[in-house]
Design a binder for this molecule. Sequence first.
Ligand code: ATP
Length: 259
Amino acid sequence: MELPLSRAVAPDLEWRASSPSTNSELVRRAAELPDLAVLATDDQTAGRGRLDRVWSAAPGASLAISVVVRLDPGAADPQRLGWLPLLAGVAMTRAVRELGVAGAGLKWPNDVLVDGRKISGVLTELTAHGVVIGAGLNTRMTEEQLPVPTATSLAIEGVADGEADAPLADRALAAYLRALRDLVARWREAPTAGALRPLVEPVLDTLGAAVRVDQPGLAPLRGVAEGLDDDGRLLVRPGGGSSALVAVSAGDVTHLRYE
Ligand code: ATP
C-alpha cells in the first residue's frame, strides 16, 4: 500500500500485506531495531490482547501498528515506564479525534472508546532492549464485521474512506505515529514522572466515572475514579464516599454507566 502521509512521519516504516502479530515480531527483533522503528499491517491474523485475550479483525478493515521505544541503560525507571501505555492510549485518542471522531476518549489504562464501544486497544510489552507498543485500530469494519458487540470502527463513526487526499489507513497511521512520537519525546524530557499527568487526564474518560475494578484473587472494587497517582495508577474512592483512595495498577476496569 502507498503510505505517503505515514512515510513522511516515519520514513523507515515497514508495511506488511499480512502479519500474524506485529507486536510478536517486534518483540523478537527489538535488539536489532532503531528507536521508534514501526511495523504495520492491515491484515493481522493472530492479534493478542492482554492476559492472552484475542484481538481479532477482518482483513483490510483494521490496522495493527507496533513501535519500538528503545530504552537507554538505566532508563527503565518503573515509575516512568508505567506512563508509556497510558501515553500510547493518549496518542491513539488524539489520532481518532483528529480524524473526526470528537467523542473518542481514553479508558484507563489504554483502550480508546467512543460512547463506550472500543475502537482501539493498546498492548505494551517490555523487552530487554525496549518497550514495544502495539495498537489495533478498527478502521473500515462494518457492524457485521465487528468481532464483539462492544466494538466500533472509524467507518461506523462516520469517517469516510476514499474522499480525502489519502486512504483512511494512511491518514490514521500518520495521525497516530505523529501523536505517539510527540508524546514519547515528552515522556523522555519530563522532569518527573508525575509531570506526565497533565498529558493524560484531559482525555481520560475514566476520571469521575463510577467504576468496577476486577483484580485476580480480590473482591470486585466499586467506586469513583478520582485521579492518577505519580505512577499512572488509577485512584479509586471505594463506594464514592469518604473512604481512603485505593491505587489500582492492574486489573479490568469497567465504566459502570456502560454496563
Ligand atoms: P476488555 O476490552 O474486555 O475490557 P481488555 O481491555 O483487557 O479487555 P484487550 O486485551 O485490549 O482488552 O483486548 C482484548 C479484548 O478486546 C477481547 O477480549 C475482546 O473483548 C475485545 N476485542 C477483540 N478484538 C477487538 C476489536 N477488533 N475491536 C474491539 N474490541 C476487540
